[in-house]
Write a protein that binds this ligand. Structure first.
Ligand SMILES: Nc1ncnc2c1ncn2[C@@H]1O[C@H](COP(=O)(O)OP(=O)(O)OP(=O)(O)O)[C@@H](O)[C@H]1O
Ligand SMILES: [Mg+2]
Length: 337
């Protein structure tokens, strides 16, 4: 059983994270494919380089939408390329541990099975782990003797709120707001304040360079955009306050959703969560001072995981490496639907 070494895979809307037990290492690549009709032009980070720069005949597509597999074939190609680079013999007869959102339907689960049992990737056994469980394991949150913990994962196209108690995810909700919506909100603010059109890649660069939720140390960054009136390129120094306004548009909505989620949480558990603090994780929890902003918006306190986009894959890594944690993974049998 040479190739039975398991893989952990977190299919994110913006990046795929893979843990290889053969290499004992995690890898990350953009979850994007550039194609012209049926001809694949670029996959992963290379496709991201082409994003918003391609001619009309070339499409750059995301195989995932709002944290769900939208195109099984493209997802399989993305994974095949990535696994082949990690380990050239990895694509057949292995075990794959996927993290999946809560409330995944049978059809959606089947998509996970099919994207590692298709044309290029074959004979793989599939195990599913609920995302909040993987996060909790990575964060060291006890699962069984737990009277209530809340985890918020801020991703690229979604934010999920989950409450864990007595070894179960007792309530969970995913809202379609994440880093991508923040990039779009930053584009809108820049159009409003500077009469300048920019692409979402530039907005993302601004977000990671000067995005923050406080204004005590304002910063600025020069970018080139297209003047909305003249249609000509123009250079402009964008202030961190304008970027912050874009971020706030999204975080205000997340805060509102979180409050209504907490109102639906059983009171004793909510009291426990208030006492312990809410865990924040996912790539978008990298925004400086996000916890202070959410504290003001919701009245709860927060703890940053410090693992950011890698928390789920760290949880899968532990499930693969520690036999006593395997019980949190359930094997998925293929189904004819
Ligand atoms: N320094 C940073 N500041 C703000 N946002 C950041 C920073 N670094 C990364 N991000 C954002 O984090 C997001 C990626 O996070 P993550 O990998 O958790 O998402 P995902 O798993 O791909 O998406 P999803 O969970 O929604 O399917 C991106 O939108 C990215 O712009
Ligand atoms: Mg994610």
């Amino acid at each position: 059983m040479l190739f039975r070494k398991p893989y952990g895979i977190d299919l994110g809307s913006s990046t795929i994270k893979v843990y290889s037990s053969t290499k004992n290492k995690s890898y990350m690549t953009k979850n994007l494919i550039a194609h012209r009709g049926r001809e694949i032009i670029a996959v992963g980070n290379e496709a991201y380089e082409m994003f918003e720069k391609t001619p009309a005949s070339v499409q750059v597509e995301m195989p995932m939408t709002f944290g769900m597999i939208a195109n099984v074939e493209l997802e399989e190609i993305s994974l095949y390329q990535m696994l082949r680079q990690i380990d050239p013999k990895s694509h057949r007869g292995g075990e794959v541990f996927f993290s999946v959102p809560m409330d995944t339907t049978a059809i959606e689960k089947n998509a996970y099975y099919r994207c590692v049992n298709g044309k290029w990737l074959r004979n793989n056994k599939v195990f599913l782990v609920e995302e909040p469980i993987a996060d909790a394991i990575a964060l060291g949150i006890p699962l069984e003797k737990n009277k209530g913990s809340m985890i918020v994962n801020l991703g690229a196209q979604s934010t999920s709120f989950s409450v864990i108690a007595e070894g179960k995810v007792i309530i969970s909700r995913k809202v379609p707001i994440g880093g991508r919506q923040m990039n779009e909100a930053i584009c809108n603010e820049i159009r409003k304040h500077y009469n300048l059109s920019i692409g979402t890649r530039t907005a993302k660069r601004l977000k990671t360079a000067i995005g923050r939720m406080h204004s005590d140390q304002p910063a600025a960054r020069k970018i080139v955009g297209i003047d909305s009136l003249s249609g000509l390129p123009r250079e402009e120094a964008i202030s961190s306050e304008v970027v912050g306004e874009g971020l706030e548009d999204c975080l205000r909505e997340i805060g509102r959703e979180m409050k209504s989620f907490l109102e639906r949480t059983p009171p004793q558990i909510a009291a426990r969560i208030a006492y312990k603090g809410i865990y924040l994780t996912g790539g978008s929890s990298r925004i400086p001072d996000i916890q202070t902003y959410l504290e003001e918006a919701t009245g709860y306190t927060y703890k940053l995981s410090g693992l950011y986009e890698l928390s789920i894959i760290k949880g899968l890594e532990r499930i693969i490496r520690e036999p006593e944690l395997r019980k949190w993974a359930a094997q998925l049998k293929p189904r004819k639907l």
